[in-house]
Ligand binder design. Structure first.
Ligand code: XMP
Length: 518
């Protein structure tokens, strides 16, 4: 394994800290994030980073006991970049001044002007006179440390990029890690070059590092993993299996409400292709019997969530002697589950997700994807040998087709829905639209309509097609299919699926709608 060059990010609590790490990975550098409370002179020296980035954060350096860096950081002769609060910390520690008020707070878009003093930190930037950056600060620097120079300013922040070139200590008042700072990655890349990084980090080296860490953490113990067939749990299982082989057992809780042939595909892939120990807990009768007569969406979701835990616990107890539970928690799950205001947020739907489940099981958690974003998980999956078509599948909700069948779910409805859904998805693939769409599926409505087929009257179900574009599932818009596509798909469904005689297209955006119907 190639020796990793390490950059340390000292985290002062910014919401964007993981984005810094992500940008650095994109630039080929491995970084580790350490909360400011956990870093001191001693472990900083032991860690021996090649460079340090100080993140932003919600505190004010003017407050008593506000967070600081270890004292020896600036004597270690390593490059440092302070971002936002990180800039203000280094200014304060190195003898400059920070003030509040006087109308200098900036939030959102701002434009940098460069000064006459050159610095490699801004190489490749300023192709125009000014650079768009993203600001989010209340306090401002009013006096820079003696050895510092000013490289750029905005109208409200005269010290927007400052630094001591000889000591390679720099500070920026804006956030180079966010997308809206258009050349932010360039600035970070320049800092990496100034720091002498070879930039040889790849997803392959990440995989190797993680496998090593997992072997150390898990040792000879046994691990279980709830496999849902989704990308996150699949990549988690494949990664842990690479690390510990047969000490991993996956449990696939089959509630009988997966898409057509999906359960077989998942089982075959993991069992035959990867040779992973997998228990196929086929409990569809239990789920469908318990859901009999239930029409309320929240009740359906809660029943499915509860049964999932029961089944999972039952099968894992049968294996026995397990120390760890593996979960495919991603970084956005971590940040969404943390409330910055401390207040509860409103529950729109009780999300069911194989991560976050058996809390009562007294197992230690292993979450090897915790610092990754979805697209990075996909790359890791490819690196682990998971087929591309599997990795790039549309998201699928934990409660499965139950929430695409408003009203009572039963076997007959599921059969009709699975068939119609597979026709819709095949059409989307035939028209080369699959990767342009975030999610597409059919919803079987609890409505019957009168139709005429051949010379006879029909009285069958109505379905709705749903296809949306989205970046993160938080907001979404309907996909603008053309009439040819819609007409052909509707005909195919009505001709081939017994039980549906009318097809509609859902053109609701999110908000006000949600992506799923329940
Ligand atoms: P909504 O319907 O809330 O969905 O707009 C947003 C995204 O989340 C998926 N979804 C779920 N995923 N467990 C999951 O793992 C769930 O209970 C669940 N409910 C909705 C939905 O498919 C969409 O991608």
């Amino acid at each position: 394994m190639s020796k990793l060059e390490r950059l340390l990010i000292i985290d002062f609590g910014s919401q964007f800290t993981q984005l810094i790490a992500r940008r650095l990975r994109e630039l080929g550098v491995f970084s580790e994030i350490i909360p400011f409370q956990k870093v001191d002179d001693k472990n900083l020296k032991e860690y021996n980073p090649k460079a340090v980035i100080l993140s932003g954060g919600p505190a004010s350096v003017l407050e008593k006991n506000s967070p600081r860096t270890p004292l020896n950081l600036f004597d270690m002769d390593i490059p440092v970049l302070g971002i936002c609060y990180g800039l203000q910390v280094l200014v304060k520690v190195l003898g400059g001044q920070v003030e509040r008020g006087k109308g200098t707070a900036e939030f959102g878009r701002a434009f940098l002007k460069k000064s006459v003093i050159q610095t490699d930190l801004i190489n490749g930037m300023f192709s125009d006179d000014s650079e768009q950056v993203w600001m989010s600060h209340g306090d401002h620097v009013s006096e820079i440390p003696l050895s510092f120079q000013v490289f750029a300013s905005t109208e409200s922040a005269p010290f927007a990029i400052i630094g001591d070139k000889k000591k390679k200590i720099y500070g920026v008042q804006f956030h180079p890690e966010v997308y809206h700072t258009l050349n932010g990655s360039k600035l970070l890349d320049n800092f990496l070059k100034i720091s002498g990084f070879k930039k040889n980090w790849t997803m392959k080296s990440y995989k190797e590092t993680k496998i090593n860490q997992l072997q150390k953490t898990i040792g000879d113990q046994r691990v279980i993993c709830a496999l849902s067939g989704g990308v996150d749990s699949s990549v988690t299982a494949a990664l842990i299996h690479k690390a510990i082989g047969s000490k991993l057992t996956c449990i696939y809780v089959d509630h009988g409400m997966m898409r057509l042939n999906e359960s077989d595909e998942i089982i075959n892939m993991f069992k035959d292709y990867f040779n992973i120990k997998i228990i196929h807990a086929n409990e569809s009768d239990l789920f469908l019997n318990t859901l009999k007569g239930i029409v309320d969406p929240e009740e359906k979701r809660k029943i499915i969530g509860r049964l999932f835990i029961e089944v999972f616990t039952k099968y894992s107890n049968e294996i026995g002697n397990i120390k760890f539970l593996a979960q495919g928690t991603l970084y956005p799950d971590v940040i969404e589950s943390v409330s910055f205001t401390g207040g509860p947020s409103e529950t729109i739907k009780s999300h069911h997700n194989v991560g976050g489940l058996p809390k009562n099981m007294q197992l230690e958690l292993v979450e090897p994807l915790r610092e990754l974003f979805k697209d990075e998980v996909r790359k890791l999956g490819i690196e682990l040998g998971l087929p591309k078509h599997f990795i790039s599948r549309h998201p699928f909700p934990g409660p499965g087709l139950a929430i695409r069948c408003p009203g009572e779910v039963n076997l007959n409805k599921l059969k009709i829905l699975k068939h119609a859904d597979s026709i819709f998805i095949n059409q989307i693939k035939k028209y080369n639209l699959y990767d342009k769409i975030w999610q597409a599926f059919v919803v079987l409505l609890p409505v019957r309509s009168v139709g005429v087929m051949g010379d006879g009257r029909t009285y069958d179900f109505v379905c709705s097609l749903r296809a949306v574009t989205s970046v993160d599932g938080m907001t979404a818009d309907f996909y603008p299919f053309d009439n040819e596509f819609l007409g052909e798909t509707s005909n195919k469904i009505i001709n081939e699926v017994r039980g549906i005689n009318r097809v509609t297209y859902d053109i609701t955006s999110k908000p006000p709608g949600t992506i799923e119907w329940e």
